[in-house]
Design a protein around this ligand. Structure first.
Ligand code: KG4
Ligand code: ZN
Length: 474
């Protein structure tokens, strides 16, 4: 538990006794009465004082003066929590600064994790040891420009987004035409195409935004889930830029990115429910604040986009089949009976049974010599998908009493799903948001938006950041 020293004033001497080296030449009592800007937060573990942080709150900026955790309590995340609480209290400020001995690697590591950047070195500042000045830029007074990088699958994309909501410029180089002939994305071809495209995409972005890397405040990159070879290309670019231009490096979960595509349309309102529907994911995610994700349920087998693509193969529609089946569904009628998959009270989904039902239906009709009406089959399939997604979504909306329903992922471009979800929200008087069609599929604007909130949540990475094919959203 973290408390303000003013709430445990009778324990000031105890605190000074525990951290003798820090307080040998000063006293907290004196500091508090002489310096109206000075604040102390104390970490209590079962009512025992085990750490503290002292900071100055000086109008539009904050300076961390001192922080320490008892040796036997170090490496338990207590220092992290103390720093995080100062960051949380400083949201309205311009920046937080501090000085640290260059040999205090542990403290420097924690500060860097939260997005502090080394801004200067003071030679021999601590009796022969250099002092390092560090700064974390905060939000209110200054616009924050995030460079987003996305290369998880078959789109190479870079974007600049201001303050998590305002898109400045985005470039998306799609490989759809390259992979079309193979009926799906070929990982090795995808990563090679990323390597070929990436420098052109960066140059084009800076030109379109009329900016240079000096105007960028941080680099956010999708580090998973995705195809490992593809992810690594974006990651190496991100690390190089972050290192070369001394910018914080922010890892972003690809699905968090899809969720934040909505934030570019309208600021997210909490608590919210997100229906994540893409080629690799089908999930219901609950959020009570920014960058806090709770998965309520997900598919037990195929993702809904995958199901669209596999059904497409059976009825002779090119990859990616989702948009084409959606188009066909608009002109057909619901004439084929298909089972409502996993029609139970859980928040989970299952689409492999529905896919098999379509395959069996097509084969049976073929064996009987009957011609399939593809438009009618598309409508029957799509309405079945919409029905089950709607049922589970309403269930979660009611159980979690959310204010906002949002859609995320490539399949959220689907006209039937968008229409039904909007109706559900109108009926219940809750807010509905869906991403712009062009940002339903993979793009870097969503990564840059999510990156801004990941940064505020203290999720900075170091240069050991790696790509992960499969990584949980949390
Ligand atoms: O999110 P995304 O670009 O890639 C993944 O991260 O998976 O989603 C791609 C998926 C493909 O399966 C594609 O067929 C599907 O989204 N999709 C659609 C529609 N547009 C794209 N599915 C149904 N209806 C659509 N209009
Ligand atoms: Zn995606």
């Amino acid at each position: 538990m973290i408390v303000d020293i003013n709430d445990i004033k009778d324990r000031i001497l105890e605190l000074e006794g525990l951290f003798k080296e820090v307080f040998s030449v000063s006293s907290i009592e004196k500091d508090l009465s002489n310096n109206p800007f000075s604040h102390y937060l104390v970490y209590l573990d079962n009512d025992e004082i085990v750490g503290f942080i002292n900071y100055y709150d000086i109008y539009d900026r904050v300076e961390i003066a001192n922080f320490n955790v008892l040796e036997s309590y170090q490496n338990k995340g207590i220092g992290n929590k103390l720093i995080k609480s100062v960051i949380d209290k400083s949201k309205e400020k311009e920046n937080i600064t501090l000085e640290v001995r260059c040999d205090n690697k542990k403290a420097i590591h924690i500060y860097e994790k939260y997005g502090f950047i080394k801004t200067a070195t003071r030679k021999n500042y601590y009796n022969g040891v250099d002092g390092i000045l560090m700064e974390m830029k905060l939000m209110k007074e200054k616009d924050i420009y995030v460079l987003g990088i996305e290369s998880s699958c078959d789109e190479t994309s870079f974007s600049i987004v201001k303050n998590g909501t305002d898109e400045i410029a985005t470039i998306i180089s799609s490989q759809i035409d390259i992979h079309k002939d193979y009926g799906g994305v070929v990982p090795e071809i995808a990563s090679r195409a990323h390597v070929k495209n990436i420098t052109f995409v960066i140059e084009e972005l800076l030109e379109k935004a009329n900016m240079t890397m000096d105007n960028i405040d941080m680099v956010a990159v999708a580090n998973g889930p995705g195809l490992i070879g593809s992810l690594l290309v974006g990651l190496e670019a991100a690390k190089t830029i972050a290192w070369l231009y001394n910018k914080p490096l922010i890892p972003v979960h690809h699905i968090a990115g899809h969720i934040y595509a909505n934030n570019l349309v309208k600021r997210l309102q909490f608590p919210l429910l997100c229906l994540v529907i893409s080629g690799g994911h089908t999930e219901l995610v609950y959020m009570d604040k920014d960058y806090s994700f709770k998965k309520l349920g997900g598919t037990l087998d195929d993702a809904v986009g995958e199901c669209y693509d596999k059904v497409g193969k059976v009825i002779g529609v090119d990859y990616p089949a989702g948009p084409k089946i959606d188009k066909m569904a608009k002109v057909g009628s619901h004439t084929y009976q298909l089972p409502l998959p996993l029609n139970d009270d859980s928040y989970n989904f299952s689409f492999s049974g529905l896919k098999s039902a379509v395959i069996n239906l097509v084969h049976n009709e073929e064996q009987r010599g009957n011609e399939i009406n593809k438009e009618n089959l598309a409508t029957s399939f799509q309405e079945t998908v919409v029905e089950i997604l709607a049922k589970k979504t309403v269930h979660a909306i009611v159980d979690y009493d959310v204010k906002n329903l949002i859609l995320a992922g490539g399949v959220s471009a689907n006209s039937g799903i968008r229409k039904r979800m909007e109706e559900i929200c109108n009926d219940r008087g809750i807010n509905y948001t869906c991403p712009e069609i062009k940002y339903c599929t993979d793009n870097a604007a969503m990564i840059a938006s999510a990156g801004y909130y990941a940064y505020l949540d203290g999720r900075k990475a170091d240069f050991t950041l790696n790509g992960q094919c499969s990584i949980e959203l949390k």
